[in-house]
Design a binder for this molecule. Sequence first.
Ligand code: FE2
Length: 339
Amino acid sequence: MIKIVINWGLVLLAVVGIQTSHAAQVNIYSARKEVLIKPILDAFTQQTGIQVKLLTGKADALLTRLRVEGEYSPADIFITVDAGRLHRAKVSKVLQPIQEKDWLQSVPAELRDDDNYWLGLTMRARPIMYAPDRVDVSELSSYEDLASSKWKGRLCLRSSEAVYNQSLVAATLHAIGEQPTKVWLQGMVSNLAMPPAGGDVDQIKYVAAGQCDVTLVNTYYLGRMVNSDLAEEQRVAQQVKVFWPNQDDRGAHFNVSGAGITKYARNVKEAYALLEYLVSPEAQRWYADINNEYPVVAGVVNSATLEAFGKAKRDPISLQTLGENNAKAVQLMDQAGWR
Ligand SMILES: [Fe+2]
């Protein structure tokens, strides 16, 4: 009698093996909205044949999900905005270091984690924005100057809970030290025209509506409004101008959107292929343009929208510092009464 023993484990492995070899795939958890990233991912699939599965959500919720799922997470890549958040993902141990590759060098070292747990994919600036009909440009100079009494009742700020503000304070803390940062924060809080409210777009609207004269906003929000299909958004955007602060010293505050490979990624080869694609000059141009952001790779041209905001000297701080200084920055903002 012939005895046939079937090893179901091996059969299952074989089936899985066939499936994966037929459909190379990479899974992304993204805090960026689908419309802002899908066209680039489609181009990647077209060029490489690698399918991309995209799950979008709120940044902090996605990070929590990655932590809870642990080794069972289907995610291979985590995309989020702000170096403060990317650093949070690193210290939450949901990422793995990206091995040194030639293409990685095309992203400036200060826009990557020191151990390459994450890298920047696009840059955004957080300059001063102002009402040109009520502010003489000669009044403006630096972030620190927003604490000056000449801005009493003229400043709008988004809440201190916004990571964009936390990162700006973290960078300033690095540049000028703790005591001057305290004085700066207290000065800005005492200059507020109204309690912090709304998001970045609201700050633009407050300035346009005359509720305040100066504010801090990420560049892509104004870029989006300038290019809006809605006449009202265009009208509001035209009433607000960009001022690049600290051009005589460290430069304006720039931050990144970025990505890392998850600690338990199963499609590692495909994840590397996607990151390499995202820093290619072609993808850089598209990705930055769609988001009204700056490319991170040198030699890639800025969009006409950003060129219209003018040339800026960028604070060359290592963005990892924004994450490292985050807790201290939040504490100082809280002490200053920035709600
Ligand atoms: Fe944003």
